[in-house]
Design a protein around this ligand. Structure first.
Ligand code: UDP
Length: 482
């Protein structure tokens, strides 16, 4: 039997930062184009934020299928980077993905994988499916990821050993300090995995990117220009973003949101380091003092400090728990109880950022967090920790002008309380923050315009949907059993 509707299967890598845009893309394919959508996710422990989040989605029009969790303990080095762990998990789950697709009544017309799922493109080939990669990050990150693997040894050495910038044809160079850790350590598994991913992305039929034309016009042009980066990209690039979660009307009875309702307009700064970010003990102390010095209202997603791992909560961030954190400076909780709220581990971020009482966001600059801030017109303090967050922070500062940041990277030294207090006051209060606040409002408008009917991101996704539909028509025209 042939399916009557186009059916897209989407594969999400572990981590909320990967899952959220995949789900949002699935929702758009169902709501705007009448697709059937199956989302494959790797099973996670019941207590994790991912698991709780997926439960909270019911009822959903998406068909969410869990692939069995995999044990990678014998396959990754103890010091492997998060990227390597995620990539190995994805590889180990390929047999389950293949057998699940094989057993489906209707073969999906297209397979859309995210960054670390590129090895599954081979499965799409086996089953004659169209195949796409979804880059949940931006076009500049895509450019760096596909360009780096084309360098020869000498060119790589200029970056790794001589600390030069990664010069990408037609794009802003990536400074050494912003280069992905994975590219800088050939001995780490993360290096091999990232290089492989960079080479596999252009093997798809198209690349979907969580950005929009007006946000990154130069990079997108370079990615398409065969005299520049287009010779590496080779396939169409579809900027379809911003893909951010739409927020349901607020449920009464949630203590945090009730508190937020009582705060003045744009008076609260929200602090979060994404799904996995953690700070050292000293840095946590300085941040707490910095918030007090700023004299601003705040919501802070707090996590127990980790001194030697900035991505310490990536795989097992829980869904929060009650109780007062014991690692904050003495008296901090009681001194700030009228102006601040601490949320252990995990907060409803999309809901918080869309609230009119929020006036700023101190963020690790994960791309989802960045977009959630932009679509709500919230200015940011950039506090990148790992992965492509450094590139994002640079783009937000130098290209888009919507953040303040410290002169030195927070990964190089501990940021002191005075500096933190000043940055907070700059986006929340000071006159010099005006430009930033205005600019982010302009980007909010630009984001919403890109998604409107007939505009760039809407048209890009429609193009993909049409191609998948044509794939379906082709299947239907084949003799049964062919
Ligand atoms: N998130 C959330 N609550 C938290 C922390 C994170 O809802 O306490 C969500 C956030 O809204 C975003 C995602 O998790 O959609 C994190 O993705 P991002 O790309 O910002 O960073 P990553 O976690 O991948 O580093």
């Amino acid at each position: 039997m042939q399916p009557t509707k186009p059916h897209a299967a989407l594969l999400a890598s572990p981590g909320m930062g990967h899952l959220i845009p995949v789900l949002e893309l699935g929702n758009r394919l169902v709501s705007n184009y009448g697709f059937n959508v199956t989302i494959f996710v790797l099973q996670a422990d019941d207590s994790t934020a991912q698991s709780q989040f997926l439960k909270s989605l019911h009822p959903t029009l998406l068909n969410i299928v869990s692939l069995p969790s995999v044990d990678i303990s014998s396959l990754v080095a103890p010091d492997a980077q998060v990227a390597a762990k995620v990539a190995v998990m994805m590889r180990e789950s390929l047999p389950a993905l293949r057998s699940t697709i094989n057993s489906m009544n209707f073969r999906p017309t297209a397979l859309i994988v995210d960054l670390f799922g590129t090895e599954a493109l081979a499965i799409a080939n086996e089953y004659d499916m169209l195949k796409y990669v979804l880059i949940a990050s931006n076009a500049w990150f895509l450019a760096a990821t596909i360009f780096f693997p084309t360098l020869n040894r000498k060119e790589e050495d200029e970056i790794i050993k001589q600390k030069q910038a990664l010069k990408i044809p037609g794009c802003k160079p990536v400074r050494f300090d912003d280069t992905l850790e994975a590219f800088l350590d050939r001995k780490n598994q993360g290096y091999d995995e990232y290089v492989r991913v960079g080479l596999e992305i252009p093997m798809a039929d198209g690349i979907l990117v969580n950005t929009w034309e007006d946000l990154e016009p130069t990079t997108l042009k370079a990615l398409r220009d065969s005299k520049l980066l287009g010779r590496v990209t080779r396939v169409p690039v579809y900027p379809i973003g911003p893909l951010t979660r739409s927020v349901k009307p607020q449920v009464l009875g949630n203590q945090l949101m009730d508190w937020l309702n009582m705060q003045p307009l744009q008076s609260v700064i929200y602090i979060s380091f994404g799904s996995g970010g953690t700070l050292s003990a000293n840095q946590t102390t300085e941040l707490a003092w910095g918030l007090e010095l700023s004299k601003q209202r705040f919501i802070w997603v707090v996590r127990p400090p980790m001194d030697d791992d900035v991505s310490g909560a990536f795989f097992d961030v829980g869904n929060g728990h009650d109780g007062t954190p014991t690692y904050l400076p003495d008296g901090f909780v009681s001194r700030t109880k009228n102006v601040g709220r601490l949320v252990p581990m995990w907060a409803p971020q999309a809901e918080i950022l869309s609230h009119s009482s929020i006036g700023g966001f101190l963020s690790h600059c994960g791309w989802n967090s960045t977009l959630e801030s932009i679509v709500n017109g919230v200015p940011m303090i950039a506090w990148p920790l790992f992965s492509e967050q450094h590139m994002n922070a640079t783009m937000l500062t130098e290209e888009l002008g919507v953040v303040v940041r410290s002169e030195e990277l927070p990964s190089k030294r501990i940021l002191g309380r005075e500096e933190i207090g000043k940055m907070v006051r700059k986006i929340m209060v000071y006159k010099e923050g005006h430009g930033i606040r205005n600019r982010v409002k302009e980007l909010k408008y630009s984001a919403s315009k890109a998604l409107s009917i007939g505009d760039s991101s809407f048209n890009s996704l429609s193009q993909v949907a049409n191609d998948v539909n044509s794939g379906l028509q082709f299947l239907k025209s084949m003799p049964q059993g062919a």
